[in-house]
Design a protein around this ligand. Structure first.
Ligand code: T4K
Length: 392
């Protein structure tokens, strides 16, 4: 991977990680060296968890080695297996991780189509997906667009089901001044290097219980998650269940502590770049910028810059546009193509899923470069290349 460059013709990737000032990270590393404590719930991990609780207004935050491992742990706690397996209603328009977590926990995904307005799980179609075998609902705040949490949770309550949100893209999104991560029984956050806020690799579960602070159920779930990520070890040295190893380490937590104070600036920069894209591309027939419109009370994190390409109106297909950009050193990504039931590993079992909106979006979507160090000139270069491919 070449070094970051602001040169006009430098290769442009869909994202580049934010890097905090080196001196700030060095200071954390010095602290870690002095303590000779590298992992297993050390001081950096505890300080980072506390900082996140404050930033999110959360009661409980459990840190993990990745967002994916956090999802698996949450599923094991909220939808424990039984002899008949069990089903999880989820979205087909997401990254592989969401569905893989369900399958790897011995559960069966049931795909509910998404709504066209924001490509999140369509709450109107949710009830029809629920059966006596349903154990949990797993929607995704895809691209950081908030799901219709009120409608989803109303259905969940009617059926006595827990909701686990995949908020891999949603760190920093607030609705009515409240973090989106405070929805559902739990919300997973990804802190992968490709996210606007990161810990290199890493993730978290925000535990919400029934919303009442300090309930015994919340504390029970927090204790269960600790066991899931640390070999099932309970208090003392007794091993209570066959847990795995999914702990965040001290260096990852240190990166999180360094990135957190910069998050406001990162978001502001991404918002400004998004606006530039909008100015350059708005009104182009066949091209829909799938970036948030101003919704009262919603603060976005500008996590991605997806566009939807309608071949007939635009002049070329999404894939032709993708190739044309690549030829000019612009490495846009087809997040998220294909729809999950159409993966080679799932086609046979789930290929007949009735998900027309997700399939249409998967065939049209392309995520353009967006990261804090991108320049306006580079955005203009991407937009010129997009418009040229469409025949302008
Ligand atoms: N649920 C959802 C909905 C998710 O989107 C994800 C992850 C998860 C769950 C699971 O969360 P984690 O377990 O990952 O915490 C990337 C990320 O690896 C993945 O975190 C993310 N979603 C997914 C959407 O994208 P790739 O394989 O497409 O990334 P990669 O390596 O091709 O990187 C993309 C571009 O970023 C590169 O072309 C250049 C740049 N890059 C990347 C890395 C890793 C850098 O400049 N530096 C870097 O260190 O999956």
């Amino acid at each position: 991977m070449p070094a970051f460059s602001a040169a006009p013709d430098a290769p442009l990737y869909v994202t580049r990680p934010f890097l905090p000032p080196r001196a700030e990270f060095d200071a954390e590393v010095d602290r870690i060296y002095a303590s000779a404590w590298l992992t297993n719930n050390g001081g950096e991990v505890r300080r980072f968890a506390a900082a996140l609780r404050r930033a999110l207004g959360a009661q409980q935050v459990s840190l993990f080695a990745s967002g994916h491992l956090a999802l698996e742990a949450a599923l094991r706690v909220l939808a424990p297996g039984d002899e008949t397996g069990g089903e999880v209603v989820t979205t087909p328009f997401t990254f592989a991780s969401t569905t893989h977590a369900i399958v790897r926990c011995g559960l069966t995904p049931v795909f509910c189509d998404v709504r066209g307005s924001d490509l999140t799980l369509d709450a109107q179609k949710l009830e029809a997906c629920i059966t006596p075998r349903t154990r949990l609902i797993l929607p995704v705040h895809v691209y950081g667009h908030p799901c219709d949490t009120a409608a989803i949770e109303a259905v969940a309550r009617r059926h006595g089901l827990p909701v686990l949100y995949d908020g891999a893209h949603a760190f920093g999104v607030t609705v009515g001044g409240r973090s989106l991560a405070l929805c559902g029984q739990m919300t997973m956050l990804s802190f992968h290097a490709t996210k606007p806020f990161h810990t290199i690799e890493g993730g978290a579960l925000v535990l919400n219980g029934d919303g009442t602070p300090g309930t015994s159920e919340l504390l029970r779930q927090a204790a269960r998650l600790e066991q899931e990520k640390d070999f099932g070890i309970g208090d003392g040295e007794s091993v209570l269940r066959p847990g795995g190893n999914a702990k965040m380490n001290e260096l990852e937590a240190a990166m999180g502590l360094c990135c957190l104070p910069h998050f406001g600036q990162i978001t502001a920069r991404r918002q400004a770049l998004t606006l530039r894209y909008r100015q350059n591309l708005a009104g182009r027939a066949g091209l829909r910028l799938f970036v948030p419109e101003a919704v009262p009370g919603v603060e976005y994190n500008y996590a991605y810059l997806p566009v939807l390409v309608d071949e007939a109106a635009f002049g070329c297909s999404r894939d032709t546009l993708w190739q044309a950009l690549r030829a000019q050193g612009i490495f846009a990504r087809r997040y998220f193509w294909p729809a999950v039931p159409d993966y080679a590993c799932y086609r046979r079992a789930f290929g007949d899923a009735d998900i027309p909106t997700a399939r249409r979006a998967a065939g049209q979507v392309l995520c353009l470069p967006l990261y804090d160090r991108l320049t306006f000139a580079q955005v203009d270069r991407v937009c010129a290349a997009v418009l040229a491919a469409g025949g302008v």
